[in-house]
Write a protein that binds this ligand. Structure first.
Ligand code: ASP
Length: 355
């Protein structure tokens, strides 16, 4: 049952609950949480998001159906979303206050608990591929900035000019946010197209659209990954939870897989992804109970200005059953298990009947 907590809607939705026994494979995807409301999402844009989420399921499902690994499914789905300007990652990422895109990503293999993460990426087309290379071909778990990019070049990963990531939608969001905060507006990036005469308006609040995937494969292995441009007008090299193993991403075979999205500072402070898995492992909570509890903790955590945390998670249990939990008016989310029908939802009130 959906619960509404006072003024702030707190939506908890079980998605496409898989039947017993465990499905042969399953996958759950998010495309960011935030103030996504029917009133300001045009039918065309809503259809584009639903199609993109369906494509994500199809990409991952095809790999898992032929016995491919959960890691390959997670990477392939996120690569596709990094190329899609609808999402705040890769092409379409939000801008920092300096007028540049700074990309973060992480990936984790639940079968070994190997993990890789990158932050402040400006030239690598697919940050999730770089995170995987860090996991598989470096002695480190996390690389940042120029060093990460230099490593990526040694791995032969595709490099692009920073203008590749430019979208007008995100640039306009940056200008609006900088004006709101009374900060200087940087010059349009080199290589960006000239400012258009008329602007399309988008439903975004100013930051969401991070992507994440958790997959369970036919070998019983769980993998999770997350990729983001962070938050609009971030300053001073600020980094959110997405590339932090244990906050934005976690995977442990037989227990859980998690990818988070939301205002990263709270997710780091609560240690969201690992906290959910720990509750499942040690307290034997269901994925839904653990996810609900930890998202409630995020919502009860405030910053110095008294503002509470917001966002959501997708969670897979050790047997491939996927759930989600969030405290925002919407989250782009989708799930599917072997032989099941794809489920794609956006708004908080969708899927209430499934609970
Ligand atoms: N969690 C991301 C960050 O803080 C942003 C998001 O998920 O919307 O960088």
């Amino acid at each position: 049952m959906k619960r509404i907590l006072l003024a702030f809607s707190f939506a908890l939705s079980a998605c496409a609950t898989a039947p017993e026994p465990a499905p042969r494979w399953s996958i759950v995807v998010h495309g960011g949480a935030g103030v996504i409301e029917r009133a300001n999402l045009t039918p065309e844009l809503e259809a584009q998001y639903r199609a993109a989420m369906n494509r994500a399921l199809a990409t991952g499902g095809e790999i898992l159906e032929r016995g491919g690994s959960s890691l390959d499914a997670v990477e392939a789905v996120i690569r596709g979303m990094e190329d899609d300007p609808l999402f705040n990652t890769g092409r379409g990422a939000v801008f920092g206050a300096d007028g540049k895109n700074h990309l973060d990503a992480s990936i984790m293999d639940g079968s070994t608990r190997a993990a890789g993460a990158v932050a402040d990426i400006t030239h690598t087309r697919h940050p999730i591929g770089l995170a995987r290379a860090v996991m598989e071909s470096s002695p480190h778990v996390m690389l940042i900035g120029e060093g990460a990019e230099a490593f990526g070049q040694t791995q032969g990963l595709e490099q692009v000019p920073p203008s590749y990531f430019f979208t007008e939608r995100r640039w306009q969001q940056l200008e609006a946010e900088l004006r709101r905060r009374n900060l200087p507006i940087p010059a349009r990036p080199e290589g960006a197209p000239p400012a258009p005469q008329s602007l399309q308006t988008y439903p975004d609040d100013h930051r969401f659209g991070t992507v994440g995937v958790v997959a369970f494969d036919t070998h019983g292995n769980i993998a999770a990954g997350t990729s983001t441009g962070g938050t609009t007008a971030k300053q001073w090299g600020g980094v959110g939870d997405s590339p932090i193993i244990g906050a934005g991403t976690y995977a442990q075979n037989g227990v859980c897989g998690v990818s988070a999205t939301g205002t990263g500072e709270y997710f780091i402070r609560v240690g969201v992804a690992r906290e959910i898995c720990a509750r499942m492992e040690l307290r034997h909570e269901t994925a839904q109970a653990a996810a609900d509890h930890v998202i409630a903790e995020v919502g009860a955590t405030t910053n110095a200005a008294g503002v509470a945390g917001d966002g959501g998670v997708i969670v897979m249990d050790g047997r491939g059953r996927a759930v989600w939990a969030f405290n925002t008016p919407g989250i782009y989310r989708a799930s599917q298990f072997a032989g099941g029908t794809p489920v794609v939802q956006i708004f908080a009130d969708e899927g209430e009947d499934d609970e």
